[in-house]
Design a protein around this ligand. Structure first.
Ligand code: S3P
Length: 437
């Protein structure tokens, strides 16, 4: 499913983006472990999250859709999951696969998990290795790849784990295993990562203590809490908002507002970076919904200057580097995005694929170690390239946003994967003034 986008004469309008992907996965999973019925409003109905809904059904929760974005989950209760009759297929979703490994590690059932070609290439040892310490047994393909089989622990041990990669998925998997373990589970993270699991576990009644330690955090979860159903309103996904935001900043004459975006401080590194580049990104009307900060974002196009992004900022904008690279392609000067090793193990090798995306469109780019160096055009880049998306939704959207602001159209080889996180992306961008062929 190829798509071509032609240069736009400015994007304008007021829009909202689909629900947050991280929060949507967690809402379905945690509600499935709670007692009672949880109503979820604003659930992201993207392919990734629908995989989680199906998995939780297969494990015994009652999961129903009442209407657009409105879902109800009646939980099986902590420890109450049943053995799935078939293989759990997590599609393209690393979050679904890794968080579910955590849940399954401390439930005494047997399960087998797989995913699409992209997910089957991604590393699972980062969760399997620590989770094995609970007493669970994991068997996977060579290199710790899916498909894998899990024999959950009968009486799971709580973990005390110091994170070696900055990953909210690994942290969450360990905490989720700790839910059905006796005693306290403890995770140390040298660099804070998104804390949606911690926030939502509290919302469902678990005791989660978070302390600061040398720039990082220590999280302690008391095992075997009674999780009670608790309604959730899912905010708009800041990682999805990033695409229209960069379109509005880079296409001359643009001005847009995006309403109801989640502004968890561990997710907003991109906004800080775009402001450092001179971008006009203003937050209005902040409020709290479902334990998360939400606000509206106003963006006005303007000249951007190059930026140097430190590695410590990566966890707060880990999914936003491809679209930040597009902003850097427009900026005046040479940008350096540092410490991007984790990008190599996303839905694709995003470091290589982002460099290829820019190169195909006439932008000077280099990978130096784990850094991405981009020579900004100081205005509209050439464009005219065909971009390979490698089953990666964020690369597809980044390429299309680039094409809204280049001198020549940009073609994307496969846009089907956009539905994993941002169903309606092309329609939303068309409504703002983009022209697709
Ligand atoms: C996510 C964490 C991040 C991010 C992913 C969603 C989550 O992955 O890239 O899209 O919901 O916890 P890592 O934890 O592997 O960095």
């Amino acid at each position: 499913m190829t798509e071509e986008i032609s240069p736009a004469g400015g994007v304008h309008g007021v829009v909202s983006v689909p629900g947050d992907k991280s929060i949507s996965h967690r809402a379905l999973m945690f509600a499935a472990l709670a007692i009672g019925e949880t109503r979820i409003d604003g659930l992201l109905e993207g392919e990734d999250v629908l995989r989680t809904a199906n998995a939780m059904r297969a494990l015994g929760a009652l999961v129903t859709r009442d209407g657009p974005g409105v879902w109800r989950v009646t939980g099986a209760g902590l420890g109450g999951l049943r053995e799935p009759e078939d293989v759990l297929d997590m599609g393209n979703s690393g979050t679904a696969a890794r968080l579910l490994c955590g849940i399954l590690a401390s439930h005494p059932i047997f399960s087998v998990m797989t995913g699409d070609a992209s997910l089957r290439r991604r590393p699972m040892a980062r969760v399997m290795t620590p989770l094995s310490e609970t007493g669970a047994r994991f068997t996977a393909r060579d290199g710790g790849r899916l498909p894998l089989a899990i024999e959950g622990a009968v009486d799971a041990l709580p973990l005390d784990h110091r994170m070696t990669v900055a990953s909210a998925q690994v942290k969450s998997a360990i905490l989720l295993a700790g839910l059905n373990a006796r005693g306290t589970t403890r995770v140390e993270e040298p660099v804070p990562t998104r804390d949606h699991s911690e926030n939502m576990l509290r919302h469902f009644g678990a005791q989660v203590l978070v302390g600061a330690e040398g720039g990082g955090r220590v999280i302690e979860l008391a095992g075997q809490p009674t999780l009670r159903a608790a309604n959730i309103v899912v905010p708009g996904d800041a990682s999805s908002a990033a695409f229209p935001i960069v379109a509005a900043l880079t296409v001359a004459g643009s001005r847009i507002r995006i309403e109801g975006v989640g502004l968890n401080p561990l997710r907003t590194g991109l906004f800080a970076t775009l402001r450092e580049m001179g971008g006009s990104v203003a937050i209005a009307g902040t409020r709290t919904a479902g334990g998360e900060t939400v606000g509206d974002i106003d963006i006005v196009a303007g000249d951007l200057r190059a930026v140097d992004v430190p590695p410590a900022r990566a966890p707060s904008m880990i999914d936003e580097y491809p679209i930040l690279a597009v902003a850097c392609a427009h900026a005046r000067g040479s940008s350096r995005l540092r410490g991007l090793a984790e990008l190599r193990v996303k839905e694709s090798d995003r470091l290589a694929a982002t460099a290829a995306l820019l190169h195909a469109n006439g932008v000077g780019v280099a990978i130096e170690g784990d850094d991405l160096v981009i020579d900004g055009a100081g205005g509209a880049p050439r464009g005219g390239g065909v971009v390979a998306t490698h089953m990666d939704h964020r690369l597809a959207m980044s390429a299309l946003v680039l094409g809204a602001g280049t001198r020549e159209p940009v073609c994307v080889d496969d846009v089907a994967f956009i539905d994993t996180s941002f169903p309606g992306f092309v329609a939303l961008m068309t409504g703002l003034g983009c022209r697709f062929a």
